[in-house]
Design a protein around this ligand. Sequence first.
Ligand SMILES: [Zn+2]
Length: 141
Amino acid sequence: MIYLFCGILSGAVLSAICLPLFKKDDTLESAIIEETEWDLLQRKKEVVLGNIQDLDFEYKCGKLSAEDYQKIRAEMGAEAALVLQEIENIEAEADLDALIRRELTARKSKSALQTTICSTCGASNPSTNKFCAECGAKLKR
Ligand SMILES: [Zn+2]
């Protein structure tokens, strides 16, 4: 059962890695809202950190050798550090306009935060979760 679970997850990881490459600017949201560099970096940060999380999980599932894991983890870590540094640089400029935009983005994402109720155990999970945090069941979207 755990192997099946990992298989499903690695499929999800693959699509999570590949999808952002294909759908760059064709989302409705980016067509309406002008995005700043900061917004883009925030999204990149989410993707990079998500990938690291998935990688850790794959490693725990035994899908990766320690050697591969260390190598990929180091690359992802370097990428994450780079993104975080860029975000810090932008914030350090203390651009008032950017600060306002950041607050607006935070508000927007807060209101967009939806939950999915697990059909197996009834726990409420962030809708971005693929699996229930309580029981591990696959969440329907
Ligand atoms: Zn559950």
